[in-house]
Design a protein around this ligand. Sequence first.
Ligand code: PGA
Length: 231
Amino acid sequence: MKIIVRDNYKEMSQEAFRLFRESLRDSSVIGFATGSTPNLLYSMISNECRAGNISFKGKSSFNLDEYYPISRGSPESYRRYMEENLFRNIDINRDMINFPDSMMDEDETVRRYLDAYRRSGPVGTQILGIGHNGHIGFNEPGSARDSEIRIVRLSEDTISRNKTRMSMAVTMGIKEIMESTRIILLASGTEKSESIKRAVKGRVTGDVPASFLQEHENTTFVLDREAARLL
Ligand code: PGA
């Protein structure tokens, strides 16, 4: 695992964008994450795509997770976040966007996303954030290394930090995340420093799902100084 530290959120996002652009050339499948951390990265990707400097033509995407159950138009839905922050700004073919359909019953939601993944995965370049509790996607503490796409119950910590009333989600598993060729994980702010320390320097354990990335061959953590404070 490689670690890059930049002074602040803006410089962290610029560095992540540089790595993303480089990696985009060789990746036909892109994995996106939601959350506040990639906001600026997504706005940079949007601007560069509008300017014609990068293109998603011929590429497909998967998203890491989505609340369950939720409609795609709901203000809280990750689908909506992606539409507003990225998809509507880039030239990706709409049919190539893979997203959990969170309105089906549980088995059907999982089956459809797994089928899509088996047909069109794995991911070439995966953007990741990290939770305060070390989660990646909605793989909460206690997730297994071989966990696959599934419905999960959110931890109390995640529910309160996300200020949501949703208590369940559908997420890609650790297994699918680890199958990505290249992973770019972003973290910003002191409140992420403890989970970054445990992910990077701690034991590899399902108690800190991001620690599994120590065993991934091509992962780069892009951090601002505050998130890297305890390294
Ligand atoms: P955040 O979420 O970017 O909003 O901090 C990251 C995560 O929980 O994975």
